[in-house]
Write a protein that binds this ligand. Structure first.
Ligand code: GTP
Ligand code: MG
Length: 138
């Protein structure tokens, strides 16, 4: 069993869709073993997206991720990293497969409803940025 890190982004909290997204996550067989609703600070968002800091959309991304509350989550399951990427769908909702979270809920490539770690290694790093072991119960 594996863990991945997930964020329900501000477009999800703004539209009151956190339960709807969580239903898709759970229907896919992933377990939400840690969950917290927070307002991300600018410093937290800049650190989290540090790998993208040279990209032209970095400023916009930090602005968006701090524009409202987010729900940070730890998801657990068999091949959780790859499985969640599949459930999320493509970054750009216009290219996302039918039934995926982004196809169903996302509005644009920027406001795309969810984040999911892209490797088990990054998942561990990202989880540690927002959770202590005592905040996770499998
Ligand atoms: P994450 O799970 O959020 O990491 O998405 P991803 O791995 O599918 O995409 P990527 O790592 O390439 O980009 C990270 C995030 O930056 C995306 O989820 C988008 O929110 C945002 N992003 C990517 N491309 C664009 C863009 O062209 N414009 C804007 N505004 N945001 C973008
Ligand atoms: Mg990514």
């Amino acid at each position: 069993t594996e863990r991945t890190f997930s964020i329900l982004k501000p477009d999800a909290t703004k539209r009151n869709l956190t339960g709807a997204v969580n239903a898709v996550i759970e229907e896919a067989g992933l377990r939400i073993v840690g969950q917290r609703r927070i307002q991300m600070s600018r410093a937290q968002a800049e650190k989290f997206y540090e790998v993208h800091k040279e990209r032209p959309f970095f400023g916009e991304l930090v602005e968006f991720m701090t524009s409202g509350p987010v729900v940070v989550q730890v998801l657990e399951g068999e091949n959780a990293v790859a499985k969640y990427r599949e459930v999320m769908g493509a970054t750009n909702p216009a290219q996302a497969a039918e039934g995926t979270i982004r196809k169903r809920f996302a509005q644009s490539v920027g406001e795309n409803t969810v984040h999911g770690s892209d490797s088990a290694e990054n998942a561990a790093i990202e989880i540690a940025q927002f959770f202590g072991e005592g905040d996770i119960a499998g």
